[in-house]
Design a protein around this ligand. Sequence first.
Ligand SMILES: C[S@@+](CC[C@H](N)C(=O)[O-])C[C@H]1O[C@@H](n2cnc3c(N)ncnc32)[C@H](O)[C@@H]1O
Ligand SMILES: [Zn+2]
Length: 405
Amino acid sequence: MANAQDTQYPTETVTEGKIKVVVPNLKAYGVCPSDYAPSRAPVFYNPVMEFNRDLTVLAFQAYQRLVDREITICEPLTATGIRGLRFAAEIHGVKAVVSGDINLRSANLATQNVALNNLQDCMEVQHKDANCLLIEHSAPKSRFDIIDIDPFGTPVPHLDSAVQALRNKGLLAATATDMAPLCGVHAKACVRKYGGRPLRTEYCQELAVRLLAGSIASIAAKHDIGIHVLFSHCSDHYIRVYAQIGYGCQKADESLKNMGYVLHCFNCLHRETATKPFPDAAAKCPECGNKMNYAGPLWIGKIFDTHFIDLMIEGNLHTAFRSSGKITKLLSLTHEEADAPLTYFVLDKMSGKFGLPAPSVAAFFQTLKNNGYVAVATHFNSRGVRTNASSFVMKEMVQKTLASR
Ligand SMILES: C[S@@+](CC[C@H](N)C(=O)[O-])C[C@H]1O[C@@H](n2cnc3c(N)ncnc32)[C@H](O)[C@@H]1O
Ligand SMILES: [Zn+2]
């Protein structure tokens, strides 16, 4: 059991959302410009993740409205306790929050912060390994409604115990910050951790989300559990997936039908999905005949649910977060791209490939639409476009846009 006790390192008190928290004073830990102060401090604290925590509050509130009953939340990698404290203080219908951390100083500081906010009645902090905490809650009556895995790097080591500690229809939220493996810089590490091959394409952030969702689906399926992805995003240096689970072998089988591959031609930028086992050494690009490359297995199903995003949008209208404007933009973009074609083209990459200057985003979208093609923006890249036009047609569209200037 963690204890609230005096900290022996430089701290300051900050406010975020409706709570105040004692956190390490980062000025004492970022001596050189290359120092990453949040990790150098005795207890991890990253103020930049406020946006992530604001968005999580909205998503969990949306989930609580969906299930319409009192809920319990577990946050087994809590650091200062800031995330769990915000759930306890800001989400209506929260019965209990159980937070934990393997670092004693974190558990102690989080315990101190629970007392500072008078939240002892609905929040407890445990000094424990995350997987131990989760497995202790895997028996039917002690499972959680929501589990938030917010680690350093990959959440994968905690996914197996997390799905077991969730009740039927529970929500799993997982952050991944290991973008180098997920975006194909360290492909072998990605295969080892996520069970799928990444690809260094201009839409690798979307592939990263799909690799994480695919990993959650595969791990859940081992326990006869299916998943439904309610929301996902890539922001700053991380990706995050919110997946609702459902018990039953049929649900697991159904969700595994969303596993597949994204095939990509590096010669002409054509891409398509496949559900058949890959690699097929003979796979040729239907546009240019070049050999196709592939990413996967990964999740090729939906990565956004418009009804869930509607609930988050509504919630955002009733809050006054510092990041509300950024949240509004993200939710509106993800709502739009929810049902749009899988993967996106990036204007500059595509124009460069065709040996042409890049047209303006607005003009290019207009050309696509004028010619009867889908043109939808994506939150993954401000110069990205989701479309049903082939890569061959895209070249023609870039030329048309440039000619009409
Ligand atoms: C990225 S920080 C969490 C940040 C926090 N969720 C927030 O929003 O500020 C990851 C935390 O996980 C803790 N941790 C690492 N391995 C752990 C394990 N096996 N079990 C429990 N906690 C662990 C670290 O001590 C660290 O405090
Ligand atoms: Zn091709």
